[in-house]
Write a protein that binds this ligand. Structure first.
Ligand code: PLP
Length: 450
């Protein structure tokens, strides 16, 4: 069909008009949106999952595709009008496959949690047993925590880390032989070392289990070869698209060499079972505008700039681990192989106090449990630091050392009252805020500056 393009302002006109109208007619909301850009620019995020989306990806997510209902997949929709949508989704799928060297990709999951539940609901029956890393040792909520579907609909068995903070593969093997899980989940949220996916597959094969790898936290390292890829070791790999991939909030399901193998007990290959699990089992129509943003992010992730950014993430993590060691803090496991550094806090200082005191000064970071934790998960004795956002600010070694020094000075200035209460001298705090803002100005988020 040859459409008339006259009078049509296109995607660019649409976005410009939208932003203008928002500021004219809904100043209250427009102001809040601006405030958030200013807040992000003036605070230092050390949150391990944090990163800033590229403006191209942001624009794709705000496209007119949002208007299209498109249940099904490319070429097999339950709705008409999917001409462009099919092309966009196919592009996202092809880019995801090429980025991760996968045979299969489904780009429709609304989040990584959804993707995980889609895999569970495809491969497990309620009450079936699966093995996952326990939350206390760095696993994700969806890997079997009793406060989620994963820990209530299924029988979740948790494995953990050794006192050195490394995954206890012998425990994984022992639990696998003892409980005969249908599924083993590997991958973590707070783990700073390499995950040995091949070893997990060996254990899964020994007991006839399916292996799922959740690489939400390390997807950028995996995509650029800076962490071994699970795609051909695990039967299924899941990830979110908004952490290291710097894409929109969403999920992704991949499969490698097992994609076309028949799933034990199903008579269908993994690819078919997984597609069916996303739609119609767990979701309705996909968010096609978000799929476009995923395509933009996967495209960006194949460029040399992306590899440079992920390389900066690794260097910053090494610098930060060394700097904390130099300031006398214990780094869990002694070092890091990815983007996270886990710190044990000293004396009476708890994770919750450290998190709050740092936020008061403009540094955001997460409290974290440590191996052999004695405090509750609301209190904790550690911090989890990630370098994604620092790497996006092009922070060099000098900047990273300055950040660690600032964090240490703030923590030293905290006057501890109880596990959750503290005081911070307001004058000192204002001084810290100024210092943080000066670091933010020295290393700006480039897409936010004029
Ligand atoms: C962040 C994370 C998720 C959840 O991602 P959402 O998209 O927020 O649901 C799942 N698994 C792991 C390992 C994560 O780190």
């Amino acid at each position: 069909m040859n459409f008339d393009r006259q009078l049509i302002s296109g995607q660019q006109g649409l976005l410009e008009k939208g932003i203008l109208e928002l500021s004219r007619q809904d100043a209250e909301l427009a102001r809040l949106l601006d405030d958030e850009v200013v807040r992000q620019h003036n605070t230092l995020s050390l949150v391990a999952s944090c990163c800033t989306v590229d403006p191209r990806t942001l624009a794709a997510s705000a496209s007119a595709l949002v208007n299209v209902t498109a249940e099904g997949g490319p070429g097999k929709r339950y709705h008409a009008g999917c001409l462009n949508v099919d092309k966009v989704e196919s592009l996202a799928i092809e880019r995801a496959k090429s980025l991760f060297g996968a045979q299969y990709a489904n780009v429709q999951s609304h989040s990584a949690s959804n993707a995980n539940y889609q895999v569970f609901s495809a491969l497990l029956k309620p009450g079936d047993t699966f093995l996952g890393m326990s939350l206390d040792h760095g696993g994700h909520l969806t890997h079997g925590s009793p406060v989620t579907v994963s820990g209530t609909f299924y029988k979740a068995i948790g494995y953990g880390t050794t006192d050195e903070g490394l995954i206890d593969y012998e425990e994984v093997r022992r639990l696998a032989h003892e409980h005969h899980p249908k599924l083993i989940v590997c991958g973590a949220t707070a783990y700073s070392r390499v995950v040995d996916f091949a070893r997990f597959r060996e254990i899964a094969d020994e007991v006839g289990a399916i292996l799922m790898a959740d690489i939400s936290h390390i997807a950028g390292l995996v995509a650029t070869g800076l962490h071994p890829s699970p795609v051909d070791h695990a039967h299924v790999t899941t990830t979110c698209t908004h952490k290291q991939l710097a894409g929109p909030r969403g999920g992704l399901i991949l499969s490698g060499r097992d994609a076309n193998d028949i799933v034990p007990g199903f008579n269908l290959p993994f690819s078919r079972i997984l597609d069916r699990a996303v739609f119609p089992m767990m979701q309705g129509a996909p968010a096609v505008n978000i799929i476009a943003a995923k395509a933009a992010a996967f495209g960006y992730a194949q460029k040399p700039e992306f590899k440079q950014y992920i390389t900066r993430i690794r260097h910053a993590a090494d610098t930060i681990a060394d700097a904390f060691n130099a300031h006398g803090y214990e780094v869990i496991g002694g070092q890091t192989n990815n983007h996270t550094v886990l710190i044990k806090l000293r004396g009476e200082l708890t994770g919750t106090i450290a998190e709050e005191a740092l936020e008061e000064c403009g540094i955001t970071v997460n409290k974290n449990r440590i191996p052999g934790e004695t405090r509750s998960s609301f209190v904790t004795s550690g911090l989890r630091i990630g370098t994604g956002a620092l790497a996006q600010r092009h922070m060099d070694e000098i900047g990273c050392k300055k950040v660690v020094e600032l964090v240490c000075r703030i923590l030293d200035a905290v006057h501890i009252v109880s596990e959750k209460e503290y005081r911070l001298n307001p004058e000192l705090r204002d001084g810290f805020i100024n210092e943080v803002q000066s670091v933010c100005r020295d290393y700006p988020i480039l897409s936010y500056t004029q």
